[in-house]
Design a protein around this ligand. Structure first.
Ligand code: XIL
Length: 316
């Protein structure tokens, strides 16, 4: 009962990312419906810009709403994912056709519309996603190129104005290693706060690699450094991939790696929850993006708990 165990540790939830098509799989849905195992849901795709504003000013929420109704039915917290990201954008946004002032108003309108629509249902929004390069500089995107780093302030301000009660997060991968990218988030939180911009959380995606996961103490130290800026931290998209084929040795290492990440959150005050990016290897995004890699999740393709599952349970 991973969610029950997480709550007993004083955490908010143990959660899972779900895409609406997966709910059609009755066997998988039965696992996702188990409120002892999960207490939180992040939509894998259906709140992204290409799903929600496919053409300018036309908002479409049917798919996301269906997932929200399902998650609410189970009493799950819902994470909004994601308002401003360089990926999964419709071509009308990436076209580069807009000047600074126009793109600012497009961002404000998109953020305001989504946050207003999901007000009362979403607990925390990933306001911005993956805004930094590995060296801590701002990632090139249509938003950065047209508006500069101020697009981040603009997005956070619009979200806070639309719902003063919702949590507001910046979310990224490779924060775990504690290097320049983690430092960039410390600087970001301090900078936003100094400008009077509200940010409540940093999300660590934690898309990790079997055998290359930092130690629990190193992870905990990195998380604590971010939390010390006055925000919560949460693990938002955890998966730990391996080079296929699966071997017993890799599964054993993966168990240790999951144990270290979950253990780091458990031991760190201010690490408020953890979410895996899907439960079963059958629906994982990894094989389609990282060629030759996979088996990144705690349940195998037949929905049998892997050693990784017990690594999580042991840590909770
Ligand atoms: C992934 C989804 O899981 C896939 O279905 C989709 O094809 C691509 O995006 N970081 C994020 C997530 O913030 O939104 C991404 O989700 C995985 C990487």
């Amino acid at each position: 009962p991973l969610n029950d165990l997480a709550k007993a540790d004083g955490k908010g939830y143990f959660g899972v990312a779900v895409d609406s098509n997966e709910l059609a799989n009755a066997t998988y849905k039965a696992l996702l419906d188990n409120t002892h195992v999960f207490g939180q849901m992040t939509p894998g795709n259906k709140m992204k810009w290409d799903s929600t504003e496919p053409s300018r000013g036309t908002f479409s929420y049917t798919a996301a709403d269906a997932q929200v109704v399902w998650a609410k039915g189970n009493g799950y917290q819902i994470r909004g994912h994601t308002l401003v990201w360089h990926s999964q954008l419709p071509s009308w946004v990436t076209s580069g056709a807009f000047d600074n002032a126009t793109l600012v108003s497009i961002v404000q309108n998109h953020v305001t519309n989504l946050v207003t629509h999901f007000k009362g249902n979403v607990t925390t929004w990933d306001v911005v996603n993956e805004i930094f390069n590995e060296d801590g500089t701002f990632r090139t995107s249509v938003f950065y190129t047209t508006i500069g780093e101020w697009y981040v302030d603009i997005a956070f301000r619009a979200a806070a104005a639309a719902d003063p009660n919702v949590g507001l997060a910046a979310n990224d991968y490779n924060i775990d290693y504690g290097g320049a990218k983690a430092t960039a988030y410390v600087t970001l939180v301090n900078t936003l706060k100094s400008r009077g911009v509200k940010i409540t959380q940093v999300g660590s995606q934690s898309h990790l690699i079997v055998g290359s996961v930092p130690s629990q103490s190193s992870l905990a130290a990195t998380f604590a450094k971010i939390i010390a800026t006055g925000v919560d931290l949460t693990i938002t998209e955890l998966d730990i991939r391996m080079t296929l084929p699966v071997t017993d040795a890799l599964l054993a290492q993966q168990k240790k790696d999951y144990n270290a990440v979950i253990g780091a959150c458990v031991q760190t005050t201010g690490c408020v929850g953890m979410t895996i990016w899907g439960a079963t290897d059958f629906y994982s995004w990894i094989p389609s993006v990282f060629s030759g890699q996979g088996a990144a999740l705690p349940w195998d393709e037949q929905l049998k708990p892997k050693p990784a599952f017990y690594g999580i349970a042991d840590a909770l």
